[in-house]
Design a protein around this ligand. Structure first.
Ligand code: IPD
Ligand code: CA
Ligand code: CA
Length: 254
């Protein structure tokens, strides 16, 4: 059974119901732009405010870093939170968005949860304790051939108007695979590598709150988590997550 941080699942699921309340009322949803291609809604803010209050009350020894409200004073050990990962998808009424919560203690991610409220999928992991989906153990796919694989990626780089972006890399790799997906929530993308729905994922220009929880879940499910050169670790600006069997075939194409 998954190690339960006693309050974490309950709090994250409650955050999911808050998000769903807004999701079922999109016509009234207040949407603003943080930058020309980066949206934030009242749902993002409400979910993060709830998570910050609930987590800091239940675990006062940890600080908090949320995408929308920033960092609390103590950052030595902290919750790292993306209240809605996939906000653009959320505003369009699509299924692919998630709530991502990670616990980092002295620089190491030791627990993570990624919750997909639209399908009630709760991914979780604790360091060294395996990865779980709705209480069942999960593991990466058995796919050994890139030519037969399904890969996922994202284009955060376009949001930052980068010229060194993902478009050429995507075309290079896409032509060597069978399936390609851009779901719209990096946290979910990474969890879908963890449970074998996708064989590999990569993206540039993310932030730690996009990937921290998902990366631990993927590692505990047997995935490799590296940068684009294959260096092991969580590198939000250049993250590559694979089922392990495909790493050697993908790296030369990155
Ligand atoms: C976004 C999603 C998306 C990724 C973007 C992220 P947000 O998160 O993770 O998949 O491509 O770069 O910013 O902004 O909706 O929290
Ligand atoms: Ca995000
Ligand atoms: Ca977000």
């Amino acid at each position: 059974m998954p190690i339960a941080l006693p309050v974490l699942e309950q709090v994250v699921r409650e955050a999911g119901s808050i998000a769903l309340t807004h999701f079922k009322n999109l016509k009234q949803l207040e949407i603003t732009k943080k930058s020309p291609r980066d949206l934030v809604t009242e749902a993002d803010v409400a979910v993060e405010a709830f998570l910050k209050d609930a987590l800091t009350k239940a675990y006062p020894q940890y600080g908090f870093w949320g995408e929308e409200s920033g960092q609390s004073d103590d950052q030595s050990s902290r919750w790292i939170v993306d209240p809605i990962d996939g906000t653009h998808s959320f505003t369009k009424g699509q299924y692919f968005w998630s709530i991502s919560v990670a616990l980092e203690i002295e620089g190491e991610i030791i627990a993570g949860a990624v919750y997909v409220p639209t399908v009630d999928d709760y991914y979780s992991a604790a360091k060294g304790q395996g990865a779980w989906l709705n209480g069942q153990p999960i593991t990466v796919s058995a796919e050994t051939r890139l030519a037969d694989s399904m890969i996922a990626t994202g284009f955060a780089c376009l949001r930052s108007y980068l010229t060194d972006n993902n478009l050429e890399r995507f075309c290079r790799i896409a032509q060597k695979t069978t399936g390609q997906r851009r779901f719209g929530s990096a946290a979910m993308d990474i969890c879908m590598v963890a449970d074998g729905q996708v064989d590999a994922f990569w993206e540039q220009e993310l932030n730690l709150y996009d990937v921290a929880a998902g990366a631990l879940i993927a590692q505990e499910a047997g995935a490799t988590v590296t940068d684009f050169k294959g260096n092991p670790g969580i590198f939000p600006k250049q993250i590559l997550v694979t089922n392990g069997k495909l790493l050697g075939q993908i790296l030369p194409l990155m």
